[in-house]
Design a protein around this ligand. Structure first.
Ligand SMILES: Cc1cc2nc3c(=O)[nH]c(=O)nc-3n(C[C@H](O)[C@H](O)[C@H](O)COP(=O)(O)OP(=O)(O)OC[C@H]3O[C@@H](n4cnc5c(N)ncnc54)[C@H](O)[C@@H]3O)c2cc1C
Length: 392
């Protein structure tokens, strides 16, 4: 792993840092629908200035730079506390999958719009009886002339209410073994027959949704890759999701750690700043050590990707460690706050605007989303350590 940057890379960093200083995003709205409009405008502005799709090919609207520059972009965005890019599913999964498996027509149709956030994407994989065991999915797509008729239900679909396109996994051959009868289909979310119902999370937000498909017509040309060849593409998608999102999120959790240190200096425990407490100091040091561990693990994995192309199952190791360490880390400010940690955001006496209980509640989903911790442990055991397969 080489942690130094070339003069060109440092130049890229300086230019971006200056741009972010000159173009602050402004405060983020609380309400989700307002945040969506704000997020689209922010990503659109970044795209127009050439800061979106850093490592995507130029012909599809990207910058044609390297993965190192993509990483510098993520580092600088976290450093500036810039808002998350809204089209996360399109940027981290949809785009990479299209670049690897899409036809020229599909790439030209979609990639630029993903980058500009003109069209928002969502991921329609999970179903009520197919989460960890994704290959058991039942949503059906039956060919009828030049189109499929799709019927079924997806669940936990983040941002489906605001999405224009859905990466949908459908069963196209019910007779084939379960991994062999799945197709990866792009579905226009404005098609007749689609109903989206929001689901409320523990944090009070409504990011995710149930999506119902009743005889939805989807052109055959919207298949990504081969008919019945969707499983391999789904696995690539999930590896991209784990690797890219973990990289971004470990940067965000480092920002949270810095905020937490600042909070500990301001918060009084027994008449002294919390940083004077031996217990708190131990906890802060442990959080810092773990944050460094994930930082270097993420860079090691990036090095591997730089050498070999697509992310491998090792991404599960990062995802597992990061999601669990983030939850441990968020317990620290809550323990410092004691009973105050139970106050909600708008309460008069809530410390630090209520951000710590909110982050802690939001973080609970991180050990479930993109594959639960138990599933990551199975992947690490079987595909990284080559231990015997589950149940064998
Ligand atoms: C914040 C968030 C956002 C999400 N966004 C999306 C999205 O946009 N699109 C999408 O398609 N999905 C999304 N999901 C869904 C997510 O992918 C699933 O929740 C996840 O795959 C787990 O599936 P499940 O909820 O059906 O749980 P289940 O698979 O029913 O698992 C229940 C429990 O059993 C354990 N378990 C299951 N199988 C095994 C096994 N073989 N060995 C050991 N333990 C096992 C699990 O670890 C878990 O603890 C999101 C989830 C969250 C929390």
């Amino acid at each position: 792993m080489d942690l130094s940057y070339s003069a060109d890379e440092e130049g890229f960093r300086a230019e971006l840092r200056q741009w972010l200083r000159d173009n602050p995003a402004g405060p983020e709205p609380e309400r989700l629908d307002e945040w969506v409009a704000y997020g689209k405008a922010w990503q659109g502005k970044l795209f127009k200035a050439g800061w979106c799709g850093i490592a995507w090919p130029k012909e599809y609207g990207g910058r044609g730079a390297t993965l190192i520059e993509q990483t510098i972009f993520q580092e600088e965005m976290a450093r500036a506390k810039a808002p998350m890019l809204i089209n996360l599913a399109g940027l981290t999964m949809g785009g990479p999958v299209l670049i690897a498996h899409g036809t020229e027509e599909q790439k030209h149709r979609h990639l630029k719009r993903i980058l500009a956030a003109d069209e928002i994407w969502c991921q329609g994989f999970s179903e009520p009886n197919a989460g960890s065991d994704l290959a058991s999915l039942k949503t059906r797509a039956v060919l009828d002339g030049d189109s499929f008729i799709v019927t079924g239900q997806k669940v936990w679909t983040s941002f489906a209410r605001y999405a224009d396109w859905c990466m949908l996994l459908v069963r196209t051959d019910p007779e084939a073994p379960k991994h062999k009868g799945i197709t990866f289909l792009l579905v226009d979310m404005h098609s007749p027959g689609i109903t989206v119902r929001p689901l409320k999370q523990i944090s009070g937000e409504e990011d995710f949704n149930e999506v119902f498909f009743e005889d939805v017509r989807v052109p055959r040309s919207n298949v990504i890759g081969e008919l019945n060849g969707g499983w391999e593409i789904a696995i690539t998608t999930l590896m991209h999701e784990r690797a890219t999102l973990t990289f971004t999120r470990q940067l965000q959790s480092r920002t949270a750690l810095t905020d937490m240190l600042s909070f500990a200096r301001r918060w009084q425990l027994n008449g002294m700043p919390a940083t004077q407490s031996r217990l708190v100091r131990q906890q802060l040091a442990q959080a810092w050590v773990e944050s460094e561990v994930i930082k270097f693990t993420a860079y090691r994995s990036l090095t591997k990707t730089l050498r070999g192309g697509i992310p491998g199952p090792e991404g599960s190791m990062e995802k597992l460690f990061w999601s669990e360490m983030y939850q441990r880390m968020l317990d620290v400010p809550l323990a410092m706050q004691g009973p105050y940690s139970q106050l909600v955001k708008d309460s008069a006496h809530v410390p630090d605007g209520g951000q710590w209980p909110h982050l802690m509640l939001y973080s609970r989903g991180r050990t479930i989303a993109a594959g639960s911790s138990e599933i990551q442990r199975n992947i690490i055991a079987e595909r990284v350590l080559h231990l015997p397969r589950e149940g064998k």
